[in-house]
Structure formats: structure tokens, C-alpha cells
Design a protein around this ligand. Structure first.
Ligand code: SF4
Ligand code: FES
Length: 248
């Protein structure tokens, strides 16, 4: 396949970026999207040009690092996969592919296609944990009975990989889907009840401080989420938030 790549190049958060065109030949349908970028970067390095910076780690849909906006969609045209799981067979010979970083004020560009998503870490640090007694009388986790439906919902919420696609997909750059998944994974379990009130208040406060926008129920986040995190989590977080606010 021969492709025409249009890639966002930007030196750092302060400099102005621009789209740069790169023709790329010899792309195989079995390559992953990131392998295709590796091929481009090898060509650029061989020509003495600066390679394109992009984020990646596991390359198997687990870490959430690969954060590319491909033809206007976070993680590209496929559903329920990350960019590293996207294959070039999804594209056709002669296609133009526009590749940009995830766009949100709370995700400043570090360089080219790589953005700083440490705002998510700070939301998580604000309350995304439980306290466990490890003083010698620890209770085995399986000793606490949990309804199957609740265990499944908590597990599904916990599959959020913190990729940021929900923010990039949202016209308001809202982080409600991410934050609600991190609230829900504990709110549904008895182990999560000790800090439940503080957790939701602190995580929502941090989310607002980071500059993410509000949710206006368009649902784009759920459509683009590679892990299928449900909007039901946002409804649950809102209920948790109202109840925590009343308790004070
Ligand atoms: S909710 Fe989905 S899209 Fe958002 S960070 Fe988690 S896995 Fe990524
Ligand atoms: S590189 Fe880890 S999810 Fe894509």
C-alpha cells in the first residue's frame, strides 16, 4: 500500500504546530498502525530528519499509552480497540490518513503526537484507592460475599486503561467517563465504602481543577472507548456525588 500521511508536528506545548505531509510506500495490511509509524520513522532517521514522537508501551491494548487521533477519531476507525491494535488492512491503497494528538486543554502536547495525560494520574491520586488493614489480621478478599452482578459491573469499570480517548472524543473535553469508571470500580464493592464519600468529592474536584469540561450527554465517549466503559458509570458517579454532597 502507498499512503499519504498528514501528521501533526509540534516542538513543545508552547510552540505552534502544523500538519506535515509524508508519502509512505510499502505498507503491509498486516502491520499495526504503530508499526506503520515505525517504518516512517526509520525512513526519516535514514534521511537525517527528526522522527515523529508518539506514545506507546505495551502494544497490546493494555497500558493506554497509544493516544492517536486518526482521521478525526480517537484510536481510529475500528471499535473497542486501541491504536496499537489497529491494523493497516483497515485502510486502502492511496488513502490519506490524518494523524493528530488527542486534543484537550488538560492534555498539553509534549511533542508531535505525544500529550501529557498526568491530569488523569492526579484524579486517580485524589481518591482512586482503598485502605486495607495489613496489620496482621487481614481478611482474605474472597471471604466477603459480593453479588455477581455488582462484581461484574465493578470489574467492567476497572477495565478502563486511562487512555484518554473519552476526553478526545468529547466536544467539551470532559473526563467524566474516565473519572466515573475509577469511582465506580470501588463504589460497587464493600471494600470501597470506607472512603466512598471523600473519594467521589475529591476526584470530581480534581477533575474540575485540571480543566476538563462538563458532560452534556452526547455519548461520544462511550462510542470511542476501547474498553466499552458504559455511560451508566457517569450516572452512578452523579448519584454518588449528590449523596456525598448531602452527607457533607
Ligand atoms: S473510559 Fe475508556 S476511553 Fe476513557 S480513559 Fe478509560 S478506557 Fe480510555
Ligand atoms: S501501547 Fe499500550 S494500549 Fe496501545
Amino acid at each position: 500500500m502507498k499512503l499519504n500521511l498528514k501528521i501533526w508536528r509540534q516542538n513543545d506545548a508552547k510552540s505552534k504546530g502544523k500538519m506535515v505531509q509524508y508519502p509512505l510506500d510499502g505498507v503491509d495490511g498486516d502491520m499495526s498502525f504503530l508499526e506503520m509509524l515505525d517504518v516512517l520513522n526509520e525512513e526519516l532517521i535514514n534521511k537525517g530528519e527528526e522522527p515523529v514522537e508518539f506514545d506507546h508501551d505495551c502494544r497490546e491494548g493494555i497500558c493506554g499509552a497509544c493516544s492517536l487521533q486518526i482521521n478525526g477519531e480517537p484510536h481510529g476507525p475500528d471499535r473497542k480497540i486501541t491504536t496499537c491494535q489497529l491494523h493497516m488492512r483497515k485502510f486502502n491503497d492511496g488513502d490519506t490518513i490524518v494523524i493528530e494528538p488527542f486534543r484537550a486543554n488538560a492534555f498539553p502536547v509534549i511533542k508531535d503526537l505525544m500529550v501529557d495525560r498526568s491530569a488523569f494520574d492526579r484524579i486517580q491520586q485524589a481518591g482512586g484507592y482503598i485502605s486495607v488493614n495489613t496489620s496482621g489480621n487481614t481478611v482474605d478478599a474472597n471471604a466477603i460475599p459480593i453479588e455477581k452482578e455488582k462484581a461484574d459491573d465493578a470489574f467492567n469499570a476497572a477495565t478502563c486503561i486511562g487512555c484518554g480517548a473519552c476526553v478526545a472524543a468529547c466536544k467539551n473535553a470532559s473526563a467524566m467517563l474516565f473519572t466515573s469508571a475509577k469511582v465506580s470500580q470501588f463504589a460497587l464493592l464493600p471494600q470501597g465504602q470506607v472512603e466512598a464519600t471523600d473519594r467521589v468529592l475529591n476526584m470530581v474536584r480534581q477533575m474540575d481543577l485540571e480543566g476538563f469540561g462538563n458532560c452534556t450527554n452526547t455519548g461520544a465517549c462511550e462510542v470511542e472507548c476501547p474498553k466499552g466503559i458504559s455511560l451508566e458509570n457517569i450516572a452512578r458517579m452523579n448519584r454518588e456525588y449528590v449523596s456525598a454532597s448531602v452527607k457533607g
